[in-house]
Design a protein around this ligand. Sequence first.
Ligand SMILES: CC(=O)N[C@H](C=O)[C@@H](O)[C@H](O)[C@H](O)COP(=O)(O)O
Length: 239
Amino acid sequence: MPDTTVLEQLRGQLVVSCQAPPGDPLRSPDHIAAIAAAAVAGGAAAVRINSPEDVRAVRSRVDVPIIGLWKDGTEGVYITPTPRHVTAVVDAGADIVALDATGRPRPGGATLEECVEAAHAAGALVMADVSVLEEGLAAEKIGCDLVGTTLSGYTPYSRQDHGPDLDLVADLAARLTLPVVAEGRIWTPEEAVAALRNGAWCVVVGTAITRPGVITARFADAVTAAAASVSPLRDEPAS
Ligand SMILES: CC(=O)N[C@H](C=O)[C@@H](O)[C@H](O)[C@H](O)COP(=O)(O)O
């Protein structure tokens, strides 16, 4: 069975998700490894990394636990959908495998149970990414090791919100004995603290820390919108 002491390393800590989507200038294992090293230097207790290539690069650069996943596709179940994806992520060096634990059909007819078995057989823990309470309850029953709110807002039947689903964090924490990971749309330190107060074991932050393009766009949009409504911005300098 996998070593559960890694869970203690995550307790009350910040985990930083270091990912770059296709087309992003930072999409390369070297860049992701550098971002992960910077996050660890800043105090991240663990990192969450997409793809075997990136997990491998990050493993050679930092010592903290890695939550690995492998996104394959963009529709339906795409986060570590099959046992093959699970095994590849563990072989690359992940301590914990994050996978879609919604009840939706998986590609190739694989089952969630088979994915969990594959992770445990390879010596890794399983983080169940869920979107609603019922999926968290089911994940605990089938033997997952942590449950994350990652997919709230990303299934059609879950809460659609601009901010983090702190109610789901609280509901899961009240009903599960497993550690609950708050993840998804956490933008501020205050929201991260609120997640802990709602019972989160640890907090995962991604975009707000590791996606400079998205962060820049927020500032650029705000500045451009303000500039349009406050014109002239200041008096012309006296000549
Ligand atoms: C839904 C999905 O595919 N989430 C992914 C899971 O690994 C990532 O794209 C997110 O960046 C990650 O969950 C962290 O969330 P945020 O970037 O909002 O802090």
